[in-house]
Each structure stands twice: as C-alpha cells, then as structure tokens.
Design a protein. Structure first.
Length: 98
C-alpha cells in the first residue's frame, strides 16, 4: 500500500469518528475543518466529497443536500466501523486504544 492509500484510509476513518463524536451529522465544511485539525492538511472539498460518497456507497453514512451544502450523517454500520467492531476494506481500522 502506498502512502496516498494510507492517508485515504485514515481520512475515511477520521470522517466516521468525527461524525460519531459530534452528534452524528455535520456539513462538509465543518468536516473539512475537523479533518484539517486531525492532520489532513490542504484537503479539497472535492476530495472530501469523494470520500463522503465512497462511505455512503458502502452504507456507512447518508448524504443529504441543503442547497450547495452537503450533510453527512453516520449510519449504524459506520459507527460499527469507527468503533472497530466491523472492518471495511478501504477504511483504516481504529487503533486498539481508541
């Protein structure tokens, strides 16, 4: 696995964990700010929306639109992945300590 894949998998886990920790739903702008604070610098909105779509395609979150704003809501399966109870290829498993 190359470094870009490692970053991608970690970014997807960070999206799920951030949604889980922040009440379940966030807009893409707030998610982008949160991911930058978690070390994913210079993250474009297009790249974030691509990851959100990828996660939604696998039933880990749900997407809604409010005009140009994209809302992501974590689903039960996404919580299970974020907690490490379920593994999905393409999402980094959480470390043992949380």
């Amino acid at each position: 696995m190359d470094f870009s894949e490692t970053l991608q998998q970690d970014r997807r886990l960070c999206i799920l964990r951030t949604l889980m920790d922040c009440g379940g739903t966030l807009n893409d702008s707030v998610l982008r700010d949160a991911l930058e604070r978690l070390g994913h610098r210079r993250l474009s909105r297009d790249l974030l929306r691509s990851d959100i779509g990828w996660l939604a395609d696998r039933g880990l979150l749900k997407i809604e639109y409010m005009g140009p704003v994209q809302l992501a809501t974590i689903q039960l399966r996404g919580i299970e992945v974020a907690e490490g109870r379920v593994t999905v290829e393409g999402v980094k498993p959480p470390s043992l300590g949380g």
